[in-house]
Design a binder for this molecule. Structure first.
Ligand code: FES
Length: 111
């Protein structure tokens, strides 16, 4: 079966047919693609079944998509928001990280 071509922050990424975005990222050796809002701890696949929301990223412009549940499709554009976070950190502004739902609670609420 032909490979699926997608992109992550503009860089090429390959997936196999039937893989989720999270599986494709994991296969590529990418284990984290965002950070928690306050403590900036790395996040990626955790539960792998759509429960924890640690694996959020933007898919074709739609924010807060769970990588572990999103099937990889040819031409899909994945955006981690890391470029935006880096710019926010440099200018001292608050970041608009992708959700902030539960992740800082698991950090123990540390800032
Ligand atoms: S890894 Fe837990 S929701 Fe995706």
């Amino acid at each position: 079966m032909p490979e699926i071509q997608l992109s992550l922050d503009g860089a090429p990424l390959t997936a196999r047919p039937g893989q989720t975005v999270g599986a494709a990222l994991s296969d590529a050796g990418i284990t984290s693609w965002r950070t928690t809002r306050n403590a900036r701890r790395p996040r990626g696949l955790f539960c792998g079944i759509g429960v924890c929301f640690d694996c959020l990223l933007t898919v074709d412009g739609a924010p807060n998509q769970r990588a572990c549940l999103t099937p990889a499709r040819d031409g899909m554009a994945l955006d981690t928001g890391c470029a935006q976070q880096a710019a926010s950190s440099q200018d001292g502004s608050q970041d608009g990280s992708q959700d902030g739902s539960q992740d800082d609670a698991r950090d123990g609420g540390a800032a």
